[in-house]
Design a binder for this molecule. Structure first.
Ligand code: FES
Length: 273
C-alpha cells in the first residue's frame, strides 16, 4: 500500500491528497522520513474557483514520494512474496484469450458438455441394468433348489419286476422295472376299453422302464404299487385301479397317472426333471 499525504505552507491554501492502493493492517516497512522544505509540493487553488477538482492537480507520469514533519508517508508491501499460480495449462484453449467473448467459444464447450452428459447417461444406464439384473436374479430359485429339480437314479439298483418310490419335488416318483410279460400285457390292451385312451408305447421311452408321478388323479392320494385288479397300482382312498402302464382301469379316478419328463443319459442312468 502507498499512502501519500502532503500539506502546503501557511501562505497558500492547503492541499491534501490521499491515495490508497491496497488496504492492509501490516505495520509499515519504511519509517516516516522528514521532508525537506524545498521538496514540498505547493498547489494553489485559482481564486475564481469555489470548488476544486483533484483530477487536474493529481500528478501523472512518474510519481515521487515525499514526506515531511507534518506529512504521513507510509509505504507498505502486502504479501509481495505470494506467487499467483499460472493455470493456463489447465484452461481450455477457447477461453484462454480474455479478449474473446465466451459466447464465441460456446460451440466447442457445448460439445464437451454433451459428451459429459452422454457419458454419464451411458454409465447410469449400465449401473441401472446391473442393479435390475441383480435384483431379478435374486428372485430366481437358489442353487440348492435347482439341484432338487432333477433326480438321478441308478437303474441297476432296481431289479426286474420291482417298483421303487422316490421323493421328487415334494411328490412320490414311481420307477418300475417291468417284466417282459407285463410289457406284452400292456401293449395288447384295447384302447377302446380305456377311460383315458393311451397306448403303452406312448407312455414309455424304454418298454422295461415305467416312470410315473405317484399321485392319484382322483383326489391326490398315493397309490400302492403292485396292487389292484390289474397288477399295477391301487389307490385305497376310493378304490382306483391302475394297470402296469399307469392307466386308469377301474374306480373314480378320471385320468391316467402322470408321466414326468425324463431321459436316459446312458443305459444304466435315469434323470427325471
Ligand atoms: Fe385315489 Fe380317490 S384319491 S381313488
Amino acid at each position: 500500500m502507498i499512502n501519500i499525504v502532503s500539506r502546503s505552507g501557511s501562505v497558500a491554501p492547503y492541499l491534501k491528497s490521499t491515495s490508497q492502493a491496497v488496504a492492509s493492517q501490516l505495520k509499515p516497512l519504511a519509517a516516516p522520513v522528514p521532508l525537506p522544505a524545498e521538496k514540498r509540493v505547493h498547489q494553489p487553488l485559482p481564486a475564481t474557483l469555489t470548488s476544486y477538482s483533484l483530477s487536474k492537480s493529481l500528478p501523472t507520469g512518474n510519481v515521487s514520494i515525499t514526506s515531511g514533519p507534518a506529512v504521513t508517508t507510509q509505504i507498505r508491501y502486502a504479501h509481495t512474496d505470494i506467487q499467483i499460480p499460472d493455470f493456463s495449462a489447465y484452461r481450455r484453449k477457447d477461453v484462454k484469450d480474455s479478449n474473446v467473448r465466451s459466447r464465441e467459444s460456446a460451440d466447442t464447450r457445448k460439445a464437451f458438455t454433451y459428451m459429459l452428459v452422454g457419458g454419464g447417461a451411458v454409465a447410469s444406464a449400465y449401473a441401472a441394468k446391473t442393479v435390475v439384473g441383480e435384483f431379478v436374479s435374486s428372485m430366481s430359485a437358489s442353487a440348492d433348489v435347482l439341484a432338487l429339480a432333477k433326480i438321478e437314479v441308478k437303474l441297476s439298483d432296481i431289479p426286474e419286476g420291482k417298483s421303487v418310490t422316490f421323493k421328487w419335488r415334494g411328490k412320490p416318483l414311481f420307477i418300475r422295472h417291468r417284466t417282459s410279460s407285463e410289457i406284452e400285457t400292456e401293449r395288447s390292451v384295447d384302447l377302446a376299453s380305456l377311460r383315458d385312451p393311451q397306448h403303452d408305447n406312448d407312455r414309455v421311452q424304454k418298454p422295461e422302464w415305467l416312470i410315473l408321478i405317484g399321485v392319484c388323479t382322483h383326489l391326490g392320494c398315493v397309490p400302492i404299487a403292485n396292487a389292484g385288479d390289474f397288477g399295477g397300482y391301487y389307490c385305497p382312498c376310493h378304490g382306483s385301479h391302475y394297470d402296469a402302464s399307469g392307466r386308469i382301469r377301474k374306480g373314480p379316478a378320471p385320468l391316467n397317472l402322470e408321466v414326468p419328463f425324463y431321459e436316459f443319459p446312458d443305459d444304466s442312468t435315469l434323470i427325471v426333471g
